[in-house]
Design a protein around this ligand. Structure first.
Ligand code: UDX
Length: 436
């Protein structure tokens, strides 16, 4: 099939590349000339495991092209994906100006039937708005389809190539057939392509992410209670996760959820409920709990150092909002850095992928280690902020000898409590007994 992808951000690039991988002819279009030039030269602007191989393969086989010219990208395309940003506007609702702007530009160019797919996370009713913009700018019949993405950063290629499900919202029969054909190679294991109306599809995306965020905030509250009653959240997690109705995934307590999706989507769904005169009470609590949870590690430090962090020096392992990504959007690390600097502490950080992004934002207010161990020199304590695999089995002897004192605050529960007792560390994690 011939596909155009408008917007080469994270979602657009993964979508375009993975669609080319099954033999489609894909042209990605972006207004950023420098970025397009870079991609035409075979350079991938984002870090995502597994993407580079597919990106190069499909470029070299000329199935994946890049351009600045919208008209060129959509001329032959049967399906046009809109993978454009929908940033939160001032009031928390998603800003649709990019999506609607692109719809208008496309409408002015089309000469035959096109399926226009919104891939961005958009509020309920957006397909209708896009349809209205298209109709206002062309007499050619087009279908507007909602097809939310459920990609997780770090495993996005796998998620795209073998999705648990694909959700397609359309009431147009021709569009439905084309979408079914497009996704057939990706659901060969029998996973479903679930067809529904546009509004249900749009809401599905928000409900999925908000439900997962709710699971996390719930477990964070359970963890906080565990600390007060002397229970262990890891045990409780295993105990409840073994119940199929609950499921054992997304039950890890920590220092709050971050990233480009959960915070934005929970906020947008709450806003959309409010606009419809519905008070979505659980969502408000989910957001409130997450704000509190981002402060947990700093609260623990303050308690340990009797409220005074001035002059303290901390080593921080992890900056990205989660492992296997360089993404620091809404990362708890940024909040922690900010708070510690305000308290007069100094920080030395290491992250396998996220350092450049943090450098661009925070600059020389903190220092950056060449590797994880370099951050430990003369530090009063080690803070674990992102659960990178490389931090899971570190050289504890080296940690103990480089730190001023053997103190670890772990926001991701990476280490076994008995091991910490045996090694003689002070070890303070989330929802578990403090080892000292
Ligand atoms: C998420 C959704 O999973 C994906 O379907 C959607 O398309 C985009 O948003 P992503 O933001 O890449 O994906 O990250 P995800 O792996 O879902 O993690 C989100 C946040 O939740 C991270 O900050 C992570 O640390 C946190 N989290 C996740 C927990 O705190 N505990 C868990 O058990 C799982």
């Amino acid at each position: 099939m011939k596909i155009a992808v408008v917007g080469t951000g994270y979602v657009g690039l993964v979508t375009g590349t993975c669609l080319a991988e099954t033999g489609n002819q894909v042209t990605c279009v972006d207004i950023n000339e420098q970025k397009v030039k870079m991609m035409q030269e075979g350079k991938l602007p984002i870090y995502e495991p597994g993407l580079e191989l597919l990106f190069h393969r499909n470029i070299s086989q000329k199935r994946l092209l890049f351009t600045n010219v919208l008209a060129d990208a959509i001329a032959d395309a049967q399906i046009i994906f809109l993978a454009l940003p929908t940033p939160p506007g001032g009031d928390g609702s998603a800003d649709l100006s990019y999506v609607l702007g692109a719809a208008k530009d496309i409408a002015k160019l089309v000469t035959d039937y096109k399926v226009i797919v919104t891939k961005s996370t958009v509020p309920v009713g957006t397909a209708d708005k896009v349809t209205a913009v298209i109709k206002a700018n062309t007499n050619i019949e087009c279908a507007v389809v909602s097809n939310p993405e459920f990609l997780r950063e770090g495993v996005a290629v796998e998620d795209f190539m073998k999705p648990d499900r694909v959700v397609v919202g359309t009431t147009d029969e021709r569009a439905r057939k084309l979408m079914a054909e497009l996704y057939a190679p990706y659901v060969r294991q029998g996973n479903p392509v679930i067809f529904m109306d546009e509004r249900s599809s749009e809401l599905t995306k928000y409900a999925a992410n908000s439900f997962l965020a709710t699971k996390i905030s719930f477990m964070n509250e359970v963890a906080n209670l565990c600390e007060l009653v002397g229970a262990d959240v890891d045990m409780v997690r295993r105990g409840i996760g073994a119940d199929n109705r609950i499921g054992n995934r997304f039950l890890f307590s920590g220092i709050g959820y971050g990233g480009s999706c959960f915070p934005k989507d929970v906020q947008a769904l709450a806003k959309s409920a409010e606009e419809n005169q519905y008070d979505f009470k659980i969502l408000n609590s989910v957001m409130e709990v997450n704000e509190i949870q981002k402060k947990v590690l700093v609260q623990k430090l303050k308690k340990y150092y009797n409220g005074d962090l001035k002059g303290k020096h901390f080593a921080m392992w992890g900056l990205a909002f989660k492992p296997e990504t360089d993404d620091i959007r809404e990362a708890p690390a940024l909040y922690i850095i900010d708070e510690l600097l305000k308290e007069g502490a100094t920080i030395s950080v290491f992250d396998p992928e996220g350092m450049n992004n943090v450098k661009a934002l925070v600059g020389d207010k903190i220092t950056y280690g060449a590797d994880a161990y370099e951050t430990l020199n003369d530090a009063d304590a080690l803070l674990i902020v992102t659960e990178w695999s490389a931090f899971r089995t570190p050289d504890f002897e080296q940690i103990g000898s480089l730190l001023k004192s053997k103190v670890i605050f772990d926001g991701r529960n990476l280490y076994d409590l008995q091991k910490m007792i045996d090694l003689g560390f002070y070890y303070n994690s989330i929802g578990r007994k403090i080892i000292n």
